[in-house]
Design a protein around this ligand. Structure first.
Ligand code: SAH
Ligand code: SF4
Ligand code: F3S
Length: 449
């Protein structure tokens, strides 16, 4: 946590409010953006009303996410006369670029994530009265947003972005257009940050990247699996997670690392998107159903019980009922612990826009409901295998209303558990819990004493 150390007069005049949408990478970018602003003498305030500078870190992965931003921009109008400045950061900023100034003329900063390293200079431009400051690198930069300042919001789990951008260009996806080209940090700089986090008392590290396992160490020293092992070996670190893995780049060495090193969490998020090879090809996903299932078989052959989660899209243009059923049968075969499910949403710039045979909204909604229903059964079945086990949970907090504590297992499952009367637990501590029951998306238990 960075503590503000600027002078009072600075602090009073330079205030900002930041709201974040989107994925974990956006959330962590925001931690770094906040850290950068604090280091520039700004003070964070909890409401738009109190702020001199209002920032939105935006997401455009699906149409709904993007609309949220434009709804917020419409709200800006009423503050226009108060001299507040507005900035749009993140994926919508990069995607829409200077068009945002036309749509919302009261916005004076538009900056995509590939330009955050230039934020200090952009803030100076804003302060000296520039009304249209832009940072729109658009797949040009080779640099990552590395900053010593990050205002981390979770005191126990620290996020480290190891690879930025994406070069995969899946037919439906905006990310390659919004986050720039794929570029990795050196393993030395990642390990340095991991050590700093351990020194600050963090015990869990989550390594982030749009395709975290496409990591290529620019110094050539470590493969992704070797980096995982090195981070897990940092003294004080008890859990290491990584997300999101792309199936094409998922090697057996990752499973071997998880088997060998207990601090590597036994969970892999491996988005499949569709169970049909024809649809995967149309999506340009770079693997077939069988190749995906081969990777799953490596994971399932591990000595440790590795939980599996995924992302699934229904209603990609041209997806037939049979192809949709292939997704259902793949879910049955894999037996996911949980999945994130989405209706296909047409996005600007993407190749899938040119495809015919759009699936009607009502049909997408039907397929989504069928899929979610199926996962409920699979998730419950998967969770039942834990009933009777004693598992380690990292305590996240207390649910006062239910009188229960909430923890996470190494397999990233939510575990609600009771403790004997009078026992208080500390958030961030690790306890053993006996699992006594389960739901489709969570486990229940009691403290093992
Ligand atoms: N890089 C990761 C995922 C990043 S985006 C990967 O390749 O697996 C997170 C998820 O959003 C994707 O896995 C996909 O399921 C979903 N998604 C992306 N674009 C979408 C779109 N246009 N419509 C619906 N869902 C989409
Ligand atoms: Fe999007 Fe595909 Fe890149 Fe994932 S791999 S971020 S789905 S383009
Ligand atoms: Fe959204 Fe950008 Fe993340 S589009 S999901 S914020 S990479």
């Amino acid at each position: 946590m960075v503590v503000y150390t600027g002078s009072m007069s600075d602090a009073a005049s330079k205030t900002f409010y930041l709201e974040t949408f989107g994925c974990q990478m956006n959330a962590h970018d925001s931690e770094k953006v906040v850290g950068t602003l604090l280091a520039q003498g700004y003070r964070q305030v909890p409401t738009v009303e109190e702020a001199g500078l209002v920032l939105y870190n935006t997401c455009s992965i699906r149409d709904k996410a993007e609309q949220k931003v434009f709804n917020r921009l419409a709200d800006y109008k009423k503050y226009r006369a108060q001299g507040k400045k507005f900035g749009v950061l993140g994926c919508v900023a990069q995607q829409e670029g200077e068009r945002i100034f036309e749509r919302a003329p009261y916005v004076s900063l538009v900056c995509g994530s590939a330009s955050y390293r230039n934020l200090p200079q952009m803030l100076v431009q804003l302060e000296t009265g520039s009304s249209r400051v832009t940072g729109l690198d658009d797949r040009m930069t080779d640099e990552c947003f590395e900053t010593e300042f990050a205002a981390r919001t979770n005191p126990h789990r620290g996020y480290i972005t190891i690879i930025e951008g994406c070069d995969k260009f899946c037919a439906y996806c905006v990310v390659p257009f919004t986050r720039g080209k794929e570029r990795s940090r050196t393993s030395a700089s990642v390990l340095e940050e991991a050590r700093q986090l351990a020194d600050l008392g963090y015990t869990e590290i989550q390594l982030l990247g749009q395709n975290v396992n496409s990591y290529r160490d620019p110094s050539g020293l470590k493969s992704f699996a070797e980096l995982l092992v090195a981070v897990a070996s940092v003294v004080g670190i008890r859990r290491v997670r990584f997300t999101t893995s792309h199936p094409r780049d998922f090697g057996r060495d990752i499973v071997e690392a998880i088997d060998a090193v207990p601090a590597l969490c036994n969970h892999v998020h491996l988005p499949v998107q569709s169970g049909s090879t024809r649809v995967l090809d149309a999506m340009s996903r770079l693997y077939t159903r069988d190749e995906y299932l081969e990777r799953i078989s490596w994971i399932q052959a591990a000595r440790r019980d590795i939980s599996l989660t995924s992302d699934l899209i229904v209603g990609f243009p041209g997806e037939t009922e049979r192809e949709f059923e292939e997704t259902l049968s793949l879910m049955d075969l894999v037996g996911y612990d949980s999945v994130f499910t989405f209706k296909y949403s047409p996005r600007p710039n993407t190749p899938a826009l040119r495809l015919e045979d759009a699936i009607p909204e009502a049909e997408k909604a039907r397929r989504l409901a069928v899929l979610n229903d199926r996962q409920k059964q699979i998730g419950t079945r998967r969770n039942q295998r834990h009933v009777g086990q004693i598992v380690e949970a990292m305590v996240e907090g207390k649910n006062a209303a239910r009188g229960q504590w909430v923890g996470r297992t190494s397999q990233i499952k939510v575990l609600n558990f009771t403790v004997p009367a009078g026992v208080e637990l500390a958030a961030g501590s690790y306890v053993d819990v006996r699992v006594t029951g389960c739901f489709p998306n969570s486990l229940v238990g009691e403290l093992a004493v």
